[in-house]
Design a protein around this ligand. Structure first.
Ligand code: GLN
Length: 447
């Protein structure tokens, strides 16, 4: 993997920090030594795992693909990283992303734009585009991403791999640099569903350092992943098959649903009547939380400090103006606007009410089905540069992914076919809270 990562990096630009060959070899040696001594080995012993550069890694630079944190070296590991190390996995470089996880194409990185391994003229999706590209491009077998509004599932779909956003609270957010705290979740990118189950076993679990982490026991996902779900009922929401959905994507998803029927599943019509409002609600709630979370990067407490001398306010604004890229600045301005006195009721509080209704729609749907299925994205991977001047067009590509985060439920994307141009298409599976186990089994049935 060291050789493969290095050989493909010039084209893919997946890493903000490529794997350190010496450190990787030393970690591999430590695993060998453990084995030689007859000590028990972790579930991921010796397996390289690339880590999105939004997760803190002790002693290893963590940038969020931002100039603001270009020189930040965390003194601790994120909980998910700590658990991977505990399972004897080897941290294998830090992956490129949209700055502070804001974007859907990995073109908002302050350092470089990652490309899609299936067609290097195209984007890999985002914001965890680097983590998706390393797995799809065989630079690493596994990686970690984060998903606030689709950032694991969308790049997994566009890169033809498996990606899972766990239930909110399933994986600790400790050491994950916050974008929108009520939506953020850490999750895996893998080649197949079994690996995804294995990764989930390693990273899930209660952590007292994240107050929203849930103290539910972690099921043995790998033990049950091959058990098909008997009498499976698949909810098909008409709202996920409307205007804007590419015909080839729709055909592939409908083809997958047919396969499930052949496997004995029943398709049931479900309605998610508030999903047309989910995108608007998301783009109010997420920037609102981001504007608050990113207030700490002021050049004093954290982050880049301007070289220009001035008073306190000038230092703050210069530092933030220099440190944050255009999309991050746009979100901060949007977020402070929707939270400001006089507008808070009209925008932020309204969006919270919509969020509640989106969640209620899913509660209703799961009364009549086990999982909800639809496309992960409205189109396959688009060309690099195609949407970089049009933030609104980019926001629209999140139309099928954001509801899952607003509702806090788990969502998985897996490959279900190709366009005629040979680009992968993703099938999205959504489950009831904490039903990752069922989600993985259902995904495995089709695989
Ligand atoms: N594309 C969405 C956004 O820009 C989602 C990002 C994410 O999940 N981190 O906000």
């Amino acid at each position: 993997f060291l050789a493969s990562a290095a050989a493909r990096e010039p084209k893919l630009k997946s890493f903000t920090l490529p794997p350190d060959a010496d450190a990787v070899r030393a970690a591999a040696k430590a695993v060998d030594a453990k084995r030689a001594k007859g000590e028990p080995l972790g579930r991921l012993a010796g397996v390289p795992v690339a880590v999105k550069d939004v997760l803190c890694t002790k002693g290893v630079r963590t940038t969020c693909s931002s100039k603001m944190l270009a020189n930040f070296v965390p003194p601790y590991d994120a909980d998910a990283v700590e658990r991977l190390k505990g399972a004897d996995a080897i941290v294998f470089g830090k992956t490129n992303m949209d700055e502070f996880a804001m974007g859907s194409s990995t073109e908002n990185s302050a350092f470089q734009a990652t490309r899609n391994p299936w067609d290097v003229e195209r984007i890999p999706g985002g914001s965890s585009g680097g983590s998706a590209a390393v797995v799809a491009g065989c630079q690493a077998p596994l990686s970690l991403g984060t998903d606030t509004g689709g950032s694991i599932r969308q790049p997994a779909a566009l890169c033809g791999i498996v990606g899972l956003k766990p239930t909110y609270g399933r994986v600790s957010r400790y050491g994950l640099i916050a974008f929108a705290s009520s939506l953020d979740q850490v999750g895996p990118f893998t080649h197949d569903v079994t690996d995804c189950a294995l990764m989930m076993e390693a990273i899930a679990g209660h952590d007292a350092r994240d107050s929203t982490s849930v103290a539910e026991p972690v099921p043995h996902y790998t033990r049950t992943v091959n058990d098909p779900v008997k009498g499976l009922r698949i909810g098909v929401p008409k709202e996920f098959f409307g205007q804007g959905l590419d015909a080839e994507v729709e055909a592939a998803v409908r083809g997958a649903l047919k396969e499930y029927e052949k496997l004995g599943a029943t398709l049931v019509d479900v309605s998610l009547p508030h999903s047309p409002y989910a995108l608007a609600a998301y783009y109010i709630v997420a920037p609102a939380e981001a504007s608050s979370n990113l207030a700490r990067f002021d050049g004093m407490h954290y982050g880049h400090r301007t070289a220009t001398k001035g008073d306190l306010i000038a230092t703050y604004s210069k530092s933030r103006g220099e440190g944050f890229g255009p999309e991050v600045q746009r979100r901060i301005i949007l977020g402070t606007y929707v939270l400001s006195s006089g507008y808070k009721d009209a925008y932020y509080l309204k969006a919270l009410k919509v969020r509640r209704l989106v969640k209620k729609d899913f509660d209703e749907a799961f009364k009549t089905c086990d999982v909800v299925m639809g496309p992960t994205t409205p189109t396959a991977a688009f060309k690099a540069g195609e949407k970089s001047d049009d933030p609104l067009a980019l926001y629209l590509s999140d139309v099928y992914t954001v509801s899952c985060n607003l509702a806090g439920i788990p969502g998985l994307s897996m490959p279900c076919g190709f366009t005629t141009a040979g680009l992968p298409i993703g099938l999205q599976l959504l489950g009831a809270p904490f039903e990752e186990e069922k989600l993985l089994r259902v995904a495995r049935m089709y695989e």
